[in-house]
Design a protein around this ligand. Structure first.
Ligand SMILES: Nc1nc2c(ncn2[C@@H]2O[C@H](COP(=O)(O)OP(=O)(O)OP(=O)(O)O)[C@@H](O)[C@H]2O)c(=O)[nH]1
Ligand SMILES: [K+]
Ligand SMILES: [Mg+2]
Length: 445
């Protein structure tokens, strides 16, 4: 078992609460707990206790204490848990006593890091735990729970072992190179297996693109000329008055952002300053610069145009890409809309005021953002996973070429492919990515 010092943290959220959960992990955690409660507690049994400062017997609080003996605990170490009143004063006196008894405050993600080092979960599962804590939509939650269950780990490990199995006879060939016609027979057997592995990894890479959309969400920029009704549309989508609406052109200057759940995918919607080519002051120009930058960086753009407006819409239309939306606003005013629109855009007409056409627009927008997204299968939820699979595919493609003419090179390629896949669960190269992954954790997890 990995042995660290003894750490503590509040495992439940910060602030006042009915109950707060504190956790101790490490070799001294049970000893410290026993000193606080003044008696021995039975493993895995919740007991109502009074926690006292062993120095003077002053009461800290009354609550539940539970001990978990290693290795059957979250971290794999001895763990003690206290369920106390969620009070700032209780927390201060508890921390004071725990520090005096030799424990130290945990760093962000340190409990999970210990769990990882003790083999309680692998790297993909540790990431899933962070995703579960951050999950905002039910689809994100479902995906994180599946990943925590080891879905991705299982397929990544499965492929890794298949590659190693294909590689084994190749390596034997390299070790005993003088055994006549072995290479041809080996190449014959290994070649198709390598091709099959590369093809299934490629197929998996293609179908798992949606997984990152679920985890990371999408960004949508609402753009258009001044007074087109952009802020009105954002407010209608959000169901609250988050952006200022007025009949004065140039009302919105800064980017105003809101988050929506579109079919389980978190969409970050940005309201932007109106785009136009006429003479403008420095602040307006800066607003337009930000609007353009946001439009270019977004996953999807929604151009809002008022069919009765005198503003030229070229500046807006130039930013659109195929798959983006073109929304004709103020349908309640009854203006005819042009029949022409930029190729590949999805056209809608609606009124933020009356609500006409709004639900049809939301349905299409949801389809564009979340269509085909489901959280059922194993998924490559992070860039790190995608990179690992891409590296494995490239290495297998090289092995495919080398297998007949230079089996020792093919063996090395296959080894690299297996190594790349091993990085997903942390079977190899775990130290390289720990910082990146654990820096995003909260204290107490
Ligand atoms: N009749 C009608 N008026 C609307 C509708 N949507 C917006 N308006 C009006 O159009 C004007 C401009 O609306 P905004 O939402 O401020 O437009 P904007 O595109 O955000 O404008 P800027 O931020 O100045 O670029 C306001 O007077 C709104 O009340 C609509 O669906 N119907
Ligand atoms: K306006
Ligand atoms: Mg506005």
């Amino acid at each position: 078992m990995h042995r660290g010092d003894t750490i503590f943290a509040r495992a439940s959220g910060a602030g006042k609460a009915g109950v707060a959960v504190y956790r101790l992990s490490g070799p001294e955690s049970h000893n410290i707990a026993n000193q606080l409660v003044g008696k021995r507690i039975i493993n895995r049994e919740a007991v109502l206790v009074a926690l006292r400062d062993p120095k003077d017997g002053a009461i800290i609080d009354r609550g539940l204490a539970i001990l978990f003996e290693n290795p059957k605990s979250f971290t794999g170490e001895d763990v003690a848990e206290f369920h106390l009143h969620g009070s700032h004063a209780v927390e201060i006196s508890l921390y004071d006593v725990l520090s005096r008894l030799g424990a130290r405050p945990a760093e962000a993600g340190e409990f999970t890091l210990r769990a990882l080092k003790n083999g309680k979960l692998d790297l993909a599962q540790a990431e899933a735990l962070a995703d579960l804590i951050d999950a905002e939509t039910t689809l994100q939650k479902k995906q994180a729970l599946g990943q925590l269950d080891g879905r991705l780990s299982a397929v990544a490990d499965g492929w890794r072992h298949e590659i190693l199995a294909v590689m084994a006879p190749l390596e034997a060939d390299i070790d005993f190179p003088d055994e006549g016609d072995v290479p041809a027979a080996i190449a014959e057997a290994a070649g198709p297996a390598i091709v099959r592995l590369r093809e299934s990894l490629t197929a998996f890479l293609e179908t798992s693109g949606r997984a990152r959309t679920i985890r990371e969400g999408v960004s949508i920029a609402i753009i258009g000329p001044p007074n087109a009704g952009k802020s009105s549309l954002v407010n209608a989508l959000a169901g609250s008055e988050i952006a200022i609406v007025s009949d004065i052109a140039g009302t919105t200057r800064d980017i105003v952002e809101t988050r929506l759940d579109l079919g389980g995918v978190v969409a970050s919607i940005a309201d932007t300053a109106g785009l136009h080519g006429a003479h403008h002051d420095a602040i307006e120009a800066e607003g337009m610069r930000r609007a353009r930058a946001r439009a270019e960086g977004a996953d999807l753009r929604v151009a809002v145009l008022d069919p009765k407006s005198e503003f030229v819409s070229r500046e807006t239309l130039d930013l659109l890409k195929p798959g983006d939306f073109l929304v004709w606003s103020k349908a309640d005013l009854g203006a005819a809309i042009p029949t022409q629109s930029p190729t590949g855009t999805i056209v809608h007409q609606l009124s933020s005021k009356s609500g006409a056409g709004l639900s049809a627009f939301v349905t299409d927008l949801t389809k564009a953002v979340a269509g085909g997204a489901n959280a059922d299968g194993p998924a490559l939820t992070r860039a790190r996973h995608v990179r690992a699979v891409e590296d494995a595919i490239n290495a297998l493609a090289r092995a495919e070429i080398n297998i007949t003419r230079a089996p020792e090179l093919a063996a090395e390629d296959a080894r690299l492919a297996a190594r790349a896949l091993g990085q997903i669960t942390g079977a190899v190269g775990v130290e390289d990515v720990l910082g990146e992954i654990f820096s995003s954790f909260c204290i107490g997890k």
